[in-house]
Design a protein around this ligand. Structure first.
Ligand SMILES: [Zn+2]
Length: 286
């Protein structure tokens, strides 16, 4: 089960991993917390924006369905409302009723119910900082950690189904400085223009602490599925832009993996590892 904040996050974080496991016959469920209603049009070639938040949500539902097809995964919405990314100094208050303002137990309840019905062995989400400081990404972490901890406890979230204890909880780390720097160096080394120059500079300047990587999943055979899923999010992703500025053969050569941090495990593990299901007994494996 891969839990994400907005439609399109599943395509930019851990996408090829989900496509790979799905192709190998694992039941993979992507869960999206919010409808992405407050996302703006980030693709300059998209055309006119949908006329209302409702229309935007409908467009993004269709985009998400296309991405799930491209990845070969199942998909469910939790139905919360996008908090938007507050900008300015001081930051404006979050909009009333948005996902990040929902009390934790209320926000986690539908995810606990989904964990108890889908019964995942492994859950992926973001680290406690959200990976980047979007309030919905931080909230996505909070409800995932809560559901991982509580779903197996019959005393908690009564009425949300029979208890089920997932075995491993991971954080996505596809935007580490290590990855960005490595790809940047390879692109400039090949005499091409890197899309990551500003990013490397600003990232290094902000001194964001790098999280630990415990797990690298080889998945370059599924980069094409990831790319097709990204393109499906036409409001958000410019097919001539950032995500497609690195030649794929170069990316496959220098960075053929997606990375994770194992946050909690209820099975014995030996780190580093190259399989999200490592340590899970074969009979218990999906
Ligand atoms: Zn997001």
């Amino acid at each position: 089960m891969a839990v994400h904040a907005h439609p399109d996050d599943e395509s930019s974080k851990g996408a090829a991993t989900t496509a790979r496991y799905a192709a190998e016959g694992v039941e993979v469920l992507v869960v999206t917390c919010t409808g992405g209603e407050r996302g703006s049009i980030l693709n300059p070639s998209y055309g006119d924006a949908p006329s209302s938040p409702e229309a935007m949500a409908e467009v993004r539902r269709e985009e998400m369905a296309g991405a799930a097809r491209a990845l070969g995964v199942q998909h469910r919405w939790l139905g919360f409302v996008d908090s938007g990314l507050p900008e300015g100094d001081p930051l404006p208050p979050l909009p009333e009723g948005c996902f990040a303002l929902v009390p934790l137990e209320e926000a986690a309840a539908p995810l606990v119910e989904l964990v108890r019905s889908f019964r995942p062995h492994v859950i992926t989400t973001y680290d406690p900082t959200g990976g980047y400081p979007h309030p919905d990404h931080i909230m996505c972490h909070r409800i995932s950690a809560e559901a991982f901890e509580a779903a197996g406890d019959a005393e908690r979230y009564r009425g949300a189904g029979d208890p089920w204890q997932p075995l491993k909880l991971y954080y996505n780390h596809d935007f580490s400085l290590n990855r960005i720097q490595t790809i940047h160096d390879a692109v400039t080394g090949a005499g091409l223009e890197s899309p990551f120059g500003d990013w490397v500079a600003s990232r290094a300047m902000r001194e964001i602490p790098e999280r630990e990587v415990t797990t690298r999943i080889p998945c370059s055979d599924h980069f094409s599925a990831r790319d097709a899923a990204l393109v499906s999010h036409a409001t958000q992703i410019d097919p001539a832009g950032f995500f497609f500025a690195v030649p794929r053969d170069l990316e496959v050569e220098v960075w053929p993996v997606e990375e994770y941090e194992l946050a909690t495990s209820h099975v014995p593990v030996s780190l580093p590892e190259d399989d999200l299901f490592a340590g899970i007994h074969p009979e218990d494996r999906p």
